[in-house]
Design a protein around this ligand. Structure first.
Ligand SMILES: Cc1cc2nc3c(=O)[nH]c(=O)nc-3n(C[C@H](O)[C@H](O)[C@H](O)COP(=O)(O)OP(=O)(O)OC[C@H]3O[C@@H](n4cnc5c(N)ncnc54)[C@H](O)[C@@H]3O)c2cc1C
Length: 462
């Protein structure tokens, strides 16, 4: 049994005062939204979606051609969705981890790893160039094994740490071994990153309208049009960064499902509490279950602890009501207490959830429409903080119409299998979730259902 689900009375009590909002967005730096679009607008490039994808697309478009007019259209407010509520792990991987890349793109994975590192360096360089105040740090990662079969998976790999060595880094009685990686993971305050991207876009002359959902996209020989409640945008080119929300290109609506992921944040640890767990190198941590946890320190030494449950609601349902899930918060509180008994009773200040755009291969796919005048991306599957910048460049390359190294990648040219419509999506995801939990309780043995999915090259993850 990997973890016990039942929280102690102390863990239950620690949850009592948690605010039901994302820690990162509960911040006086949150900018007031810009007014919505009223009437018509004309632009060279319209970008839909004010998360990292849309903002990087607008920013990179201005960097490539400062004279190009760019209009960013956000349905609610910049960064309210995944980009403002994630764990803040910025990974170099463009393929949701090396082994997933090896499975889907064996011929390309080495080059993708290089491009992914360049992309992470590019984010770091932009943060320095534009002087972003976003708590950027690059401590690398530590993957911990808490089951004997997981130790065997790690043994022999570069960066392997035995139990004593991993506990010298971060001291949990549950750790049996670990794998240290020093360059490929950065940590950031995700909301500060999104708001600094927004600031720089505005400084470079990007026009921004918020509170402006795009209801429909049409095109004819002369232009592409975005239809909103109170106006129409006419554009030469359009980039879609709408993530988990229904794609404006109907052909991609079955390619993703929303999966809810949950997160807790503690109050800042005292110096004595921090000493009791070590963690002097501040690595981003994760463990090795199918239902994995991810955890990190914030700039003010809180612990952010998330993951484990990955919840799909029938009918691809997206709702603010799903952002709170007491059962998942209790489970996470119990698991944090089992991981660090030294911290029993430390209160949580924030508890929230958010929707992830899972696709069957776990890394994003690209599309074009209207004769190459519309580009889209979706399917980041829980690893988009870094990848969104790369995706922005791909969309701009696709809209540019000239082949580039990026547009020739199999990653860009191939599309994952879609999920089925309901009720099959619900049935398949429920079956798969149960099989993944079972495998976690059986030393990782995957069973016939998961073996069949593996053979078909499809899966379910967060
Ligand atoms: C709880 C949680 C934890 C995560 N942790 C991590 C992590 O640690 N590391 C990592 O790499 N990734 C993580 N992710 C995933 C990561 O946050 C996303 O992949 C990334 O933020 C995607 O950015 P985006 O701009 O594509 O999407 P979003 O941030 O979701 O932005 C999309 C925007 O499009 C707007 N929009 C949608 N449809 C329309 C429309 N029709 N008209 C106008 N606007 C529209 C929405 O309002 C929204 O603002 C996590 C996600 C969640 C939910």
């Amino acid at each position: 049994m990997p973890f016990s689900p039942a929280p102690s009375a102390a863990a239950e009590a620690a949850l009592a005062g948690a605010r039901p909002v994302p820690f990162w967005l509960d911040d006086p730096r949150r900018p007031a939204p810009r007014p919505p679009l009223r009437g018509t607008a004309r632009t060279d490039l319209a970008v839909v979606g004010g998360g990292y994808t849309g903002l990087w697309t607008a920013l990179r478009a201005k960097e490539r051609d400062p004279g190009r007019d760019v209009l960013l259209v956000e349905g609610a407010s910049t960064g309210w969705a995944a980009s403002g509520r994630n764990g803040g792990f910025v990974s170099a991987s463009l393929t949701h981890g090396r082994s997933n890349g090896e499975r889907h793109l064996p011929r390309e994975v080495d080059r993708l790893d290089e491009l992914g590192r360049e992309n992470l360096d590019g984010i770091e360089a932009a943060a320095a160039r534009y002087d972003w105040d976003c708590a950027w740090e690059r401590p690398g990662s530590l993957t911990v094994a808490t089951e004997p079969h997981q130790v065997e998976e790690l043994r022999g790999q570069e960066g392997f740490l035995d139990a004593a060595a991993v506990r010298a880094e971060v001291d949990s009685p549950t750790y049996l071994a670990g794998l240290r990686e020093e360059h490929d993971t950065a940590l950031v305050n995700p909301a500060h990153l999104v708001w600094e991207l927004r600031r720089t876009c505005l400084e470079l002359g990007v026009r921004l309208v918020e509170g402006t959902p795009v209801r429909r996209l049409t095109s004819d020989a002369s232009a592409v049009r975005l239809h909103t409640d109170h106006g129409v945008v006419t554009a030469d080119a359009v980039a879609l960064g709408t993530n988990v929300f229904p794609s404006l290109l109907k052909r991609y609506r079955l390619h993703t499902v929303p999966v809810y992921d949950y997160v807790l944040v503690t109050r800042p640890l005292t110096a004595a509490e921090l000493r009791s767990i070590g963690w002097a190198n501040r690595q981003g941590l994760d463990d090795m279950f199918n239902q994995f946890h991810y955890y990190r320190l914030t700039a003010d030494d809180r612990i952010l602890f998330g993951g484990y449950d990955a919840v799909y609601h029938y009918g691809r349902s997206l709702s603010a009501a799903h952002d709170q899930r007491a059962e998942s918060f209790r489970t996470l509180a119990a698991h944090l207490e089992q991981t660090f008994p030294q911290l029993a009773g430390v209160p949580f200040t924030h508890a929230w959830g958010g929707a992830i755009d899972t696709c069957t291969r776990f890394f994003p796919f690209f599309g074009t429409a209207a004769g190459g005048r519309v580009a889209s991306v979706a399917g980041f599957t829980g690893l988009g903080v870094g990848m969104t910048r790369f995706a922005a460049d791909v969309m701009l390359d696709l809209l540019g119409g000239e082949a580039t190294e990026r547009t020739q990648l199999e990653l860009v040219r191939s599309t994952p299998l879609p999920f089925p419509p309901e009720p099959l999506a619900w049935a398949g995801i429920t079956l798969t979730t149960k099989a993944l939990v079972r495998a976690d309780h059986r030393q990782g043995r995957r069973g016939p259902w998961l073996a069949a999915l593996d053979a078909a090259g499809v899966g379910f993850d967060s």
